[in-house]
Design a protein around this ligand. Sequence first.
Ligand SMILES: Cc1cc2nc3c(=O)[nH]c(=O)nc-3n(C[C@H](O)[C@H](O)[C@H](O)COP(=O)(O)OP(=O)(O)OC[C@H]3O[C@@H](n4cnc5c(N)ncnc54)[C@H](O)[C@@H]3O)c2cc1C
Length: 309
Amino acid sequence: MSKYGVIIVGGGPAGLTAAIYAIRANMKTLILDKLAPGGQVVNTNEVENYPGLGTINGADLAIKMFEHTQELGVEFDYKTVLEIEDAGDIKKLKCEEDGTVYETKSVIIATGTRPRRLNVPGEDHHAGAGLSWCAICDGAQYRGKDVVVIGGGNSAVEESIYLAGIVNKLTVITMFDLTADPKANDKLCAMSNVTVHRYCDIVDFLGDGKLEGLRFKSNKEDNAEIKTVTCDGVFEYIGLEPTADFCKPLGILNDHGFIETNDHKETKVKGIYAAGDVTSKFLRQIITACSDGAIAANAASKYVESLSE
Ligand SMILES: Cc1cc2nc3c(=O)[nH]c(=O)nc-3n(C[C@H](O)[C@H](O)[C@H](O)COP(=O)(O)OP(=O)(O)OC[C@H]3O[C@@H](n4cnc5c(N)ncnc54)[C@H](O)[C@@H]3O)c2cc1C
């Protein structure tokens, strides 16, 4: 029989919360994550909307959540899950690192999302060298320099506010209007070193070796003039796509690649649950990821109990 009651794939807020609920339900619990625990929260400057904590640094919140799992005895291993095989009452998880295969009675998939790409010329060339998706990780190297942020949603606006406090000049280019919380939009627009270009598309990135800038044009006019902005760095925040390709063989993804679940966070495969940003849902935030994790672990523990009846 399998050693684990549940294996949780992904150690972000959804996975860490699932682990807390799972181990408190007496299931032997293992979290597998390819990176350090905490998920996207690790790369968030300030979290201001998690109840009871006021304003907290993202990495600090991630550490608190992980420490909570460790105090309860949850196991954690650095592994990238490549495949989940449904062998009835046992599920087999194949990992990239040294071909390890874990067996478990139930699985919770909490693998979150990754940044969407623009797919315009020059993007691949400058990725990781001038073009970044993480202001917290890479922002400091642009202190006193000129930077562009692409995007106008919550993440784009929050990270722009952070960057504007560091850089010389910040240009925000967004496809639509700014669509973040009105308070955040107002704060950004009031910053003296920020210029916002609304309803614009990116044409391409410039620079053969080092990034030198980008070209953009209005998406409101036919034959709009192509404009150039010179800069030292660019940050893209144009949305997220699910990290669930490895789940395709299970047949649990919707047309957009997110995992479909019911209210109990059950997928259509018995014993396999999903939680957090990787699932089809209305609001992708830390608090809703935690909520999903709690529900998934509760449902998984009832399922595991039913196996031994
Ligand atoms: C810039 C930014 C700012 C944000 N600010 C806020 C905010 O202020 N407040 C708020 O509530 N929300 C905020 N969010 C959203 C919030 O971070 C997410 O909703 C939340 O992290 C989702 O949690 P999750 O556990 O579902 O996924 P994630 O946090 O994405 O964690 C998924 C984990 O799965 C791991 N993983 C992926 N694939 C595999 C695999 N095959 N094998 C093993 N491990 C794998 C990843 O390494 C990762 O650790 C922000 C997001 C971003 C990008």
